[in-house]
Ligand binder design. Structure first.
Ligand code: SF4
Ligand code: SF4
Length: 344
């Protein structure tokens, strides 16, 4: 029976409530012979060339990833690390993820970077561990996905028909010999030392390769590959805590998974021109600054901290957003102004 890899990514802090949920889910998953459990440090913090990423790359089948971040953020963070596949849909969602909005038809016409990516056929399901406080719910969803993955009539059906392989039988009868919790198979433990990292993750299902981020960032984080496609080339050049470029990306394609603002951390938001206004609503609720103003101010703060000159809005401000600043306000802007004025 080919197992489905289930990766539990530990939260970056030592919050005991989170640790308990991770451990409870791990106990149940480890006892189910259909799954191969891997317990890892916070996946976002793994080094690109480290032991953790290379272990995860060794799994080439369907995967279920449980992390403390939005599923969109987790999916594209893994893609960036070379762990790619089709996006599997979990029914257990957190926050706005259940309200995914369909892009409008005009947006549909824009070519996206994902159209050029040769993604493997295997499915990667990302589940946000904030979706429930009941570990059993995660087990049920993992089991449901397991059945979905095997619905092609392969291993699970033969198992249910009473024809498990010898290896599966051995694991089922003696789960503690194999992947029981506290004793996850050593090969499946990722023990890499990690420290907190901070870098942008690009959602290529939204990115149009417009290059506005590369113009805006003055710290050399972005680059292009051989096909002239945008990439995060020097992630560790990014300035800790600063999400400035995510505010100027016209497609809301830049995610900082650890940011406290949902729209920046990868929560589902509209894909069209609403984005700038949404990040204004979410990103600077206490001020009247719009997204571009906030981004320019945040970038200046980082330039000064790095001992460089502030540049304000004189460099790398996307033209279309300057136009947007000058454009007359529409009804939506008025509505958002009113929401800004409410003490939410
Ligand atoms: S600004 Fe956004 S859409 Fe444009 S290339 Fe960068 S990530 Fe992609
Ligand atoms: S947050 Fe700032 S430093 Fe980091 S990639 Fe964006 S613009 Fe560059």
């Amino acid at each position: 029976m080919k197992s489905i890899a289930v990766i539990i990514s530990k939260g970056p802090s030592n919050n005991p409530v989170k640790r308990k949920i991770e451990a409870d889910v791990a106990v149940w998953v480890a006892a189910d012979p259909r799954f191969e459990l891997v317990v890892a440090p916070n996946l976002y913090d793994l080094k690109a060339e480290g032991e953790g990423v290379s272990k995860l790359k060794a799994f080439d089948g369907d995967m279920i990833i449980l992390t403390w971040m939005y599923s969109r953020a987790a999916h594209w963070m893994l893609n960036r690390a070379g762990i790619a596949g089709q996006e599997g849909q979990s029914l257990l969602t957190y926050g706005d993820d259940e309200d995914q909005e369909e892009p409008n038809s005009e947006e549909d016409e824009k070519p996206r970077v994902i159209d050029e990516l040769a993604l493997p056929q295997r499915r990667i399901y990302c589940i946000d561990l904030r979706a429930s406080q009941n570990p059993e719910e995660f087990l049920k969803e993992v089991q449901r996905i397991g059945e979905e993955c095997h619905a092609d009539g392969s291993d699970l059906v033969s198992w249910l028909a009473g024809k498990p392989t010898q290896e599966s039988m051995k694991r089922f009868l003696n789960p503690e010999n194999d992947t029981a919790v506290g004793a996850v198979a050593p090969a499946n433990q990722i023990t890499e030392d990690t420290s907190r990292r901070w870098y942008p993750v690009i959602d290529f299902s939204r990115c149009t390769n417009c290059m506005e981020c590369i113009d805006f960032c003055l710290f050399g984080v972005y680059g292009v590959n051989g096909q002239e496609t945008i990439l995060v080339e020097q992630p560790d050049n990014c300035r800790k805590g600063c999400p400035a470029c995510s505010r100027v990306c016209p497609e809301n394609a830049i995610i900082f998974p650890q940011h406290k603002t949902p729209a920046i951390a990868g929560a589902a938001v509209a894909v069209d021109g609403l984005k700038i206004d949404l990040s204004r609503l979410f990103g600077a609720p206490d001020s009247k600054e719009d997204a571009v103003d906030v981004a320019a101010r945040e970038r200046d703060e980082q330039l000064l901290l790095a001992g460089r000159e502030a540049v304000g809005k004189s460099q790398g401000i996307p033209k279309r957003q300057e136009d947007k600043d000058l454009a007359p306000k529409d009804a939506l802007d008025d509505l958002l102004d009113e929401l800004d004025d409410l003490d939410l």
